[in-house]
Design a protein around this ligand. Structure first.
Ligand code: PEP
Length: 239
């Protein structure tokens, strides 16, 4: 099964999610090779539950607090995500690292909190332009910790220079980085993220050590997401 994670970032509305779900649900029921997870902003999680429960589409969030319920104004706990049926949560996305200074043990603790509530963390790592594989090694070790408690959670390799830029990493770069991550984190399916579209997804999902994709820009409207899903499904079918 190939994972396709939609990351809506800070985009969408009630009406947009309704229209999206009305297109997505019938389509997904015809696509046996892909598992779709739609990660929406917090206010739309309950609507996502209403639209996706029992349909085969999973829904999730884009962040979670490492702390338990309590006096933490503005934060959302893993227990709350569990309460609205979220199955997945993106953790340590580079936009949160950039905007909120998230890193290291904080990212690890968020993933642990999610896992403790039965929610699969999607741990994001990625290097900036000019940085090397050493950055990825450090981020993977920091995110996963030493105790194996996060075994089975998803990882996403997202080079910063490829996110939202239209500059998708080439196949050789993706294959090299994914082989490296698979070597240091063997118990984690690794997804690729960075300007994935309907035009390039077929090649990417068939690269070695690639278990799926994390999609930002092309995931918010069915006009772009439907062809991407169809292309991924077709590529996996013919692999
Ligand atoms: C992302 O949101 O993580 C992402 C990869 O975005 P985009 O697909 O727009 O590059």
């Amino acid at each position: 099964m190939t994972w396709i994670i939609a990351n809506w970032k800070m985009q969408g509305s009630v009406s947009a999610l309704r229209a999206f779900a009305e297109g997505l649900v019938p389509l997904v029921s015809t696509l046996s090779r892909v598992q779709v997870v739609v990660c929406v902003p917090f206010p739309y999680l309950l609507l996502a539950r209403d639209m996706f429960q029992g349909t085969g589409v999973f829904w999730g969030a884009q962040d979670v607090s490492p702390l338990s319920n309590g006096p933490h104004t503005g934060d959302v706990s893993a227990a709350m995500l569990q309460d609205v049926g979220a199955t997945h949560v993106i953790v340590g996305h580079s936009e949160r690292r950039r905007d909120h200074g998230e890193r290291g043990a904080w990212v690890h603790d968020k993933a642990l909190a999610a896992k403790a509530h039965g929610i699969v963390p999607i741990l994001c790592v990625g290097e900036a332009e000019g940085q090397t594989q050493r950055v990825i090694t450090r981020q993977v070790h920091e995110a996963l910790g030493e105790d194996g408690a996060l075994a089975g959670s998803l990882m996403a390799y997202e080079p910063l220079w490829a996110i939202g830029t239209g500059k998708t990493a080439d196949g050789a770069t993706i294959a090299t980085m994914h082989r490296h991550i698979a070597h240091i984190a063997p118990h984690h399916p690794v997804l690729y993220g960075g300007s994935v579209t309907a035009d390039n997804v077929g090649t990417i999902v068939n690269l070695p050590h690639v278990s799926g994709v994390l999609v930002g820009g092309a995931s918010v409207r069915m006009e772009t997401f439907a062809p991407l899903l169809l292309a991924a499904h077709k590529a996996r079918e013919s692999a």
